[in-house]
Design a protein around this ligand. Structure first.
Ligand code: C2E
Ligand code: CA
Ligand code: CA
Length: 748
């Protein structure tokens, strides 16, 4: 976990999953976008094809209709002239009278008969004089349809169907005129809401009629007009040239063209009269709008569906994440400190080790006698102590360290530190031990075990264990807060592993021996008995208890060993009673590891009863630190022992920070003042302390025994202090059973 470690700074493993989802969503979006673009292009192409077809069809229809109408109108003129040629009529008025009634059916406005000078009359009573370009009509053999020209009798533009004929030996021409406007009415539609329309052009491209009103009565050439209006790109000009060429060759065609920033679709279709063409024009703006609306709707639907799918999957995902987060918190986060827990530490420390290769340290740290804090301050407040401690620890450690609370009051950190680790540990010891909880300053005593992680260390269990081992070495070290796992410890470790591998066999093979150190009454110098002490006789060598007892306490083998020693001592006591009728008081050490079982004393009772030993003859030595262990109901255990009839001594008194008042409710018979208080060098300075202990012991009605007495001077000193019993080299070192038998036979 990171330095300024708050809950939200914890790198959740699921965050990876989260990124993956966003990637997915983005991918889906991009895919949809690409598909949409392809779709739009496809629809556009489809629509363009559709428009091409439509416009072609429209053009063809228009051309056909125009053709039909012209053919009809031509036929009318043909028939009329045919009748005239047959000589049915005497005067031109006869002709007019005969056909006037039919004119309307063919959309003709009037008939005109002119001579070669252009003089004549109309069917509606006008006289025409010197009609312009009259020769044009006399050169045509068949029925001729003129291009637009102004009417001589009205303001309208007209087209004229004409055919020459002979009347009474004279050359005449008959016109059937039609208002140009009427073609528009019949044939040339305005298309696409008036944005499109139709042109009628001649073979040269001159516009004869347009439904747009584009020409406004001027002579306009469509090709030139298009060339002028197009967004003058070579490509567009090519298209126009192509149309011109095709029309010249009497071909039809369709194309699209950009004019004034708009796209137009055009189709040109032959009319079959005078090589005229119908040109249909449709702008794509209207089509595009329809297309756009259509596309917008379909894309909208598409995006909406997509949006719903993404929302649903996001919702599912987020609720999953919430669930995961909850599970994650339960699995990995310590609710008290908001730091990671042991599982978190194991997982992340392993990753940390992969990412850092040098100067890596692990420390584990706990608060000495934290149980006592719990008793004094209460659970809630102590949680706050832990919280403050975690925070302080993180503050003191290097930036990217991982710090977790791995059990009750045990914190573990892994970090990289390049400078002198001792300086950092000193800093932690001083910084982290002074805490402010709420407004209350709290001082905690820490034990820190540190281990510099080897390059080939990969197993978190082993690494953690080494820091535990280092930490366990502090207990009993005076004024030390940390211990760094070192080579000595390492070699001890291998030695311990060797010991562990052979301890069971050693017990079976009787390699553990009991030796006895006499206890002497101070006043009378009479023998009170002895303390039974263990020795390991291994391969002819005596191994002192300091080499194996701490290990056996850790691996609990001490429980078996203590019982074995107890039995050996009972056996010896039975022998002494039988052989020498001597029943000395024998002290036997009982490790506190027994205390996990409240009724462990039953085992002792069984053994001493088996050898018929008076229980009052046996004194069980329990260390001060065991007697005041706040984790165990020691009072109950001691009462149990006492009830059975054994006496109880508090061993190593003065080293365990207890006070006599703490012992005053305990069923204690003896206090065994530790060796350190009769240290020759400090003898005088310790006088007051021992004096004080004596005084209180008297008040509690507890006997005192001083151990480690080696010199006459110390004996005198102890005597003066009115101590009850002495145990020490001055009288005897611990000796074998045989030697002790000799000793008590002399002394008793
Ligand atoms: P302890 O119970 O305090 O035992 C007294 C220790 O002080 C013994 O060391 C003894 O040899 C030593 N001693 C006695 N008089 C003097 C003296 O005048 N000067 C000096 N320098 N030392 C003296 P030992 O036998 O090496 O035992 C060490 C510790 O091992 C014991 O301390 C006890 O805590 C533990 N121990 C020994 N045997 C047993 C056992 O059977 N069961 C358990 N649980 N612990 C045992
Ligand atoms: Ca002892
Ligand atoms: Ca002792």
């Amino acid at each position: 976990m990171n330095k300024k470690s708050e809950m939200n700074n914890i790198g959740y493993p699921e965050s990876k999953r989260y990124h993956l989802n966003i990637k997915w969503i983005l991918t889906i979006f991009v895919v949809i976008l690409i598909v949409s673009l392809i779709y739009v292009r496809y629809i556009k192409q489809l629509t363009y094809n559709n428009i091409y077809n439509n416009i072609t069809e429209l053009s063809e229809q228009t051309a056909t209709q125009l053709n039909l109408a012209i053919t009809e109108q031509k036929k009318f003129v043909e028939i009329m002239v045919d009748s005239i040629n047959r000589g049915y009529f005497k005067t031109t008025d006869d002709i007019f009278d005969r056909y006037k009634g039919d004119l309307e059916d063919y959309n003709f406005t009037r008939l005109v008969i002119l001579d070669e000078e252009g003089n004549g009359t109309t069917s509606d009573g006008y006289t025409v004089k010197n009609y312009e370009n009259i020769q044009e009509f006399f050169t045509q053999e068949d029925v001729y349809l003129s291009e637009n020209r102004p009417s001589t009798v009205s303001d309208n533009e007209v087209n004229i169907y004409s055919k020459k004929f002979k009347f009474k030996g004279q050359n005449r021409v008959i016109f059937a005129t039609i208002n140009t406007e009427d073609y528009k009415e019949i044939l040339l539609r305005r298309l696409f809401n008036g944005k499109g329309g139709t042109f009628l052009i001649n073979n040269q491209g001159d516009i004869l009629i347009d439904s747009f009103g584009y020409t406004k009565g001027n002579n306009v050439n469509l090709h030139n007009a298009l060339r002028k209006e197009c967004d003058s790109k070579d490509r567009e000009i090519d298209k126009i040239n192509n149309m011109e060429k095709n029309i010249n060759e009497l071909k039809v065609g369709t194309f699209d063209i950009r004019l004034n920033n708009n796209t137009y679709f055009m189709h040109y279709e032959k009319v079959n009269v005078n090589n005229w063409y119908v040109v249909t024009v449709a702008p794509d703006t209207t089509i595009a709008r329809e297309l756009l609306i259509f596309m917008a709707i379909s894309l909208g639907v598409c995006f909406f569906i997509n949006f719903i799918i993404i929302s649903i999957s996001l919702y599912i995902d987020i609720s999953n994440q919430k669930k995961n987060r909850k599970l994650y918190r339960v699995a990995y986060i310590d609710p008290v400190t908001e730091l990671g827990n042991e599982a978190y530490f194991r997982e992340n420390a392993a990753i940390y080790l992969q990412n850092h290769s040098k100067n890596r340290y692990i420390i584990t740290l706990d608060v000495n006698k934290f149980k006592a804090f719990n008793n004094i301050y209460g659970y809630e407040f102590c949680n706050n102590i832990l919280k403050a401690l975690g925070k302080k620890l993180i503050e003191t450690l290097p930036e990217d360290s991982i710090t977790c609370r791995i059990s009750n009051d045990v914190f573990a950190s892994i970090f990289v530190y390049e400078k002198d680790i001792r300086k950092l540990l000193d800093k932690i010891s001083s910084n982290v031990s002074s805490l402010i909880v709420g407004d209350t300053p709290i001082y905690v005593n820490l034990s820190i075990g540190a281990y510099k992680i080897n390059s080939n260390d990969k197993d978190i269990n082993k690494i953690l264990n080494k820091s535990y081992i280092a930490r366990s070495r502090i207990k009993g070290l005076y004024n030390e807060n940390y211990y760094i796992f070192d080579e000595v410890l390492e070699s001890n470790l291998t030695e311990e592993q060797k010991i562990e591998s052979c301890m069971e066999n050693a017990l079976k093979n009787g390699e553990f021996k009991v030796i006895y150190q006499p206890k002497v009454f101070v006043e009378t110098e009479k023998l009170r008995g002895a303390e039974a002490l263990v020795r390991w006789q291994k391969d002819g060598k005596m191994i002192p208890p300091s080499k194996f007892i701490p290990l056996f306490e850790r691996n609990k083998f001490i429980i078996k060993l203590d019982l074995y020693i107890f039995e050996q001592a009972c056996k010896d006591m039975a022998r002494w009673k039988k052989e020498y009728n001597y029943e000395p008081n024998i002290s036997i050490n009982v490790s506190k590891e027994h205390f996990v079982n409240e009724n462990f004393i039953e085992e002792y009772v069984k053994i001493s009863d088996k050898y018929n030993i008076k229980r009052s003859q046996i004194d069980l030595e329990i260390t001060e630190s065991a007697a005041i262990d706040e984790n165990i109901d020691t009072l109950k255990i001691l009462n149990n022992i006492k009830e059975k009839g054994y006496t109880i001594s508090i061993d190593d008194f003065g080293t365990g920070y207890s006070s006599l008042s703490m012992l005053q409710n305990m069923p204690i018979d003896l206090i065994k003042i530790d060796k350190v208080f009769v240290d020759k060098a400090d003898l005088n300075s310790n006088r007051n302390i021992i004096n004080y202990i004596m005084l209180l012991a008297k008040r509690l009605d507890v006997k005192t025994i001083v151990e480690g007495v080696e010199t006459k001077e110390q004996v005198d000193f102890v005597k003066k202090l009115k101590c009850d019993i002495i145990q020490g080299y001055y009288y005897s070192k611990p000796i074998s059973r045989e030697d002790f038998e000799e000793y008590f036979n002399k002394k008793k």
